[in-house]
Write a protein that binds this ligand. Structure first.
Ligand code: G
Ligand code: G
Ligand code: NA
Ligand code: MN
Length: 254
């Protein structure tokens, strides 16, 4: 398809751009927080969402290049925000399970942060449960290196992957992001509410913060606040914003 041929050149032509979706803190110790989400600004087709090209990118072995590219763009933006003298947001960045710990032809994220003098505490890595379950020593070593350097780890789409919770014991994680499939009907479904309550209770006892994803209505937000989630993300608060829109959002905190 068109994507296979064009994705590689999209990278070199800088057609991939980063949007930021605000994450609303209820009780985190930092108020400014957002998830970086890639978009493809295609010269003919316009803005293409990640769901329409990341699966292909993964199959083509291009996802590492995309993740490294997005990481660098986020670092550029963080550098700019730092230099502006304004409050600097924490940013969550997705890193695919594919070749997660791979050393070959991959950017060393920690070395890069040091090179551009960005404090690693500003960065959270969003990874899936399958990444945490990877037993390869390269992946494990990278996770431990990142944690040692104060990068935060968030488990993305929590509850939809492996049912084993053993990794929570082996690996310190900072956030669980409850998948939006549990949030969507939470005002109707006793079951979904029970699941979100149980996850939140478990997380608190493990000293892990809970972020609910896909919050679309005031009722959902109210229920999630009462349950005690630490932060909320979703269209009810904000869609993903372009960099300049996100800067307007940041200024609204001043
Ligand atoms: O923005 P949207 O909801 O369409 O994103 C769809 C999926 O793409 C989400 O699950 C998100 O985690 C993932 N995603 C967005 N940006 C990136 C990225 O830069 N790298 C990786 N690996 N996944 C991303
Ligand atoms: O979990 P993941 O990283 O895949 O989630 C990010 C994706 O979810 C983004 O593509 C974003 O556009 C999408 N998204 C963000 N907020 C909402 C929401 O409230 N409802 C739905 N359906 N999707 C959302
Ligand atoms: Na997610
Ligand atoms: Mn994510």
């Amino acid at each position: 398809t068109f994507i296979i041929n064009e994705l590689e050149s999209a990278l070199s032509r800088q057609e991939l751009i980063v949007y930021y979706q605000p994450i609303i803190s209820l009780s985190l110790n930092h108020a400014l927080y957002a998830e970086a989400l890639v978009r493809w600004n295609h010269p003919v087709r316009g803005m293409i969402p990640p769901s329409d090209f990341l699966p292909q990118a993964e199959r083509m072995g291009l996802i590492d290049k995309i993740d490294d590219y997005v990481f660098k763009r986020v670092c550029d933006d963080l550098k700019q925000w730092t230099n502006s003298g304004r409050a600097v947001p924490h940013i969550s960045i997705n890193r695919s399970a594919h070749n997660f710990g791979g050393q070959r032809a991959r950017l060393d994220w920690l070395a890069y942060l040091r090179e551009v003098s960005i404090p690693s505490e500003l960065i959270t890595l969003e990874i899936t449960e399958s990444t945490l379950m990877q037993k390869q020593s390269e992946s494990r070593m990278l996770l431990y290196r990142l944690r040692d350097a104060d990068i935060k780890i968030a488990v993305d789409d929590f509850g939809t992957g492996y049912s084993s919770l053993s990794y929570l014991k082996e690996m310190d994680v900072d956030y669980l992001k409850i998948d939006r499939s549990f949030i969507h009907d939470i005002d109707q479904s006793e079951d979904d509410r029970a699941i979100v309550e149980a996850i939140t209770e478990m997380a608190k006892r493990l000293d892990i913060m809970v972020i609910a994803e896909g919050v679309e209505t005031a009722i959902q937000a109210e229920i999630l606040k009462n349950i005690g989630c630490h932060a909320l993300q979703g269209f009810f608060y904000s869609k993903p914003l372009s960099k300049s829109e996100f800067e307007v959002y940041l200024r609204s905190f001043e």
